[in-house]
Write a protein that binds this ligand. Structure first.
Ligand SMILES: [Zn+2]
Length: 653
């Protein structure tokens, strides 16, 4: 199986009316420019979402103006340069097939076969027609995939649009009746649709396995967890300038996906050279693309840059110039990237499915800003590799998770929970009252509430009552439990009392109700501070959390000073080496879009890594191997980097 190192992907969705598809395509020149970028893996369209094939097909519909085997020429030109090609086929969308075979269309629960309502895109949308994967289209699609596998030496398949659009066509209704699904219920129809695309993915996997088990298979639209089960690689598609992703998606997913695979299967980080998909007229600044890709590689993900080929197939050298500039810069560091894995000491247990939820956005930002090394995990994960677990805001505990956390604590490790986390599934009691050392009373009586810390938690916090912003819970502390911060009540709650609208709500009296408690190695913060951070980014809340964290884990894997709060620092390892990646760019909100334009300078950055069972003899800046002076300080070894601009790799050997 091919293990991609540097990848490119070319979208090629082409309207039927384009009169000159492939007219300027020069496969040797195109593949030559790909090769110049040091790329070993490229995705190219065999079939687009308009339903057109770009190869000589006996089964499908070749684009009417395409006079050559564009895909085949591309595969041959790449193969001669040792570049593996993965074949893209859109599965859930195939407009031309839908026009020719109306019975292959999905029929949405309101009876429509045209869908201007999908994603509220209106009438001009790739989703105007969607395919029923239970109709005869299913066998046709599988036969196209097998035709490509049979004709061309491809390394894999990137199969798109497994969205699971609900369908009540006669075939789906009959199938639902057969399976005992309530076809009058919208949720049941949706569940059936999701199960249908999963069955299709499984059947495609079984079909291509008969040809080769070495294909890299990835299905866009089904979950990462299902891709781990059915596919053979993971791909995190994230165009951060596009609002559904933004700059919070990649950080969350990069800290999660590496915990799913449990083996060395590749995880690709696909950004784009443009501002949005289907955008023919842009090349994002080099700093913007490299920020995405350096972030990914610092978190164990191999880079992939998506784009869109011009219908005429012209090479468009200016685009390749930018791609080459980014990749040639990264490739200087390749010896320190190959097979490197991230070192972490903190596990963040996700409340429910891992996605862009307020608790996960808040904690991912806080931990990154504090330069902590962490994974985001689900309840199935092995907790034993972490020194500290964090349960952000809404992690209710099943009996199974309770038992795992108990074993974790029995190993002498630490837990921080916030908000409702730590309660049982009924939200009645803490699942481990004895270990937590507190009892659940109910919802916090104050809205809003403020807090005041005891001296041990007061580092860097101003001496005024500080706002919590989101309503939390009320707890009572057991006799031996240390209360390290308490709630300050407002004069009155935020409410309309029938005469006055209580909007201005200053703090009044300090109470003895706990905000932060420590019981042995368990700390609880009774307010959902990560969701609050998502809303208002209160630096004081992050400082409070940092003080709680250093109380339980005074010696984290990495300490950094001199890098701005938005700068990122991660630790990776190879045999005999540790690498620290420093990343210093900042997305700026310009109108509706967040943009990165330049790399930023930072000076006099001190990094200290925990020695543990690794004692480095030298440290240097990569790639030039300029040596840095090592200094031993307690359990840490430190270096000072005079200046960085954008990205810098530091190696300890
Ligand atoms: Zn159907």
């Amino acid at each position: 199986m091919h293990k991609p190192k540097y990848a490119l992907f070319f979208d090629n969705h082409t309207m039927a009316a384009c009169p000159d598809v492939g007219a300027d395509f020069n496969a040797a020149e195109f593949a030559g420019r790909i090769s110049d970028c040091g790329v070993d893996f490229v995705g190219f369209h065999a079939k687009c979402n308009q339903g057109f094939c770009y190869y000589d097909t006996n089964i499908g519909i070749k684009h009417p103006s395409l006079k050559r085997d564009m895909f085949g020429e591309m595969v041959a030109a790449c193969q001669s340069r040792n570049i593996a090609v993965t074949a893209y086929l859109n599965c859930g969308l195939s407009n031309e097939d839908a026009i020719r075979h109306p019975d292959w269309n999905t029929v949405s629960p309101n009876g429509a076969t045209l869908h201007p309502d999908i994603y509220e895109l209106g009438w001009v949308s790739p989703y105007i027609r969607t395919m029923c994967v239970n109709s005869p289209y299913r066998d046709y699609l599988i036969s196209l995939i097998l035709e490509v596998a049979d004709k061309y030496p491809v390394a894999g398949f990137l199969l798109d649009s497994f969205n699971g659009f609900p369908c009540i066509c006669p075939t789906c209704i009959r199938e639902m009746k057969k399976r005992g699904v309530n076809w009058r219920d919208a949720d049941e129809i949706q569940k059936f649709a999701r199960a249908s695309v999963l069955r299709l993915a499984e059947d495609i996997k079984a079909a291509v396995d008969k040809i080769s088990k070495e294909y890299l298979l990835y299905f866009l639209g089904i979950s990462y967890e299902d891709n781990v089960r059915i596919g053979s690689c993971l791909e995190c598609e994230c165009l951060p300038t596009y609002p559904c992703w933004g700059y919070d998606y990649l950080p969350i997913m990069s800290h999660y996906l590496r915990t799913l695979t449990g083996d060395d299967r590749p995880i690709l980080n696909m950004t784009g050279r443009f501002y949005e998909w289907g955008d023919f007229g842009s090349i994002r600044p080099q700093a913007a693309i490299e920020y995405d890709l350096f972030y990914g590689i610092a978190n164990g993900m191999r880079p992939n840059i998506g784009g869109h080929i011009h219908p005429r197939g012209s090479t468009q050298g200016a685009i390749f110039d930018r791609l080459q500039a980014v990749y040639s810069k990264m490739q200087l560091n390749e010896e320190w990237y190959s097979d490197a894995v991230n070192l972490v000491d903190i596990g963040v247990l996700s409340p429910g499915d891992v996605s862009k939820t307020p608790p996960l956005i808040g904690i991912t930002r806080m931990l990154s800003e504090l330069k902590m090394q962490f994974n985001i995990i689900n309840a199935d994960a092995d907790f034993s590799q972490y020194r500290l677990l964090i349960l952000p805001d809404e992690v209710l505990l099943t009996p199974e998770t309770t038992a795992k956390i108990k074993a974790f604590l029995d190993d002498g490790k630490a837990v921080i929970s916030t908000g409702y986390s730590g309660l049982d599934l009924e939200k009645k009691n803490f699942a481990m009252e004895k270990e937590w050392g507190i009892k659940y009373i109910g919802e916090c009586p104050f809205d809003p509430s403020f807090f005041q810390t005891m001296p041990q938690l007061s580092n860097n916090l101003p001496e005024i009552p500080l706002a919590l912003y989101k309503r939390g819970i009320e707890v009572s502390a057991d006799n031996n439990t240390e209360v390290a911060a308490v709630l300050v009540k407002p004069y009155f709650n935020r409410e309309w009392d029938g005469v006055y609208s209580n909007f201005y709500l200053p703090p009044d009296q300090v109470t003895n109700l706990p905000l932060v408690t420590f019981n042995g190695k368990v700390a609880h913060i009774s307010s959902p501070i990560f969701s609050a951070y998502y809303e208002l980014a209160s630096v004081e809340l992050r400082t409070l959390f940092a003080n709680v964290l250093s109380g339980l884990m005074p010696e984290p894997l990495l300490k950094v000073s001199g890098l701005p709060s938005f700068g990122k620092a991660t630790v990776t390892t190879q045999p005999g080496r540790r690498m620290v990646h420093l990343i210093n760019y900042v997305p700026e909100l310009r109108g509706k879009s967040e943009i990165v334009e330049e790399p930023l300078f930072a000076k006099e950055i001190k990094i200290s890594i925990l020695i543990e069972n690794f004692m480095p003899k030298t440290a240097y800046l990569a790639p030039e191997k300029k040596e840095l002076k090592l200094k031993h300080e307690g359990n840490y070894v430190s270096v000072i980097i005079p200046e960085i601009c954008g990205y810098q790799l530091i190696v300890f050997e």
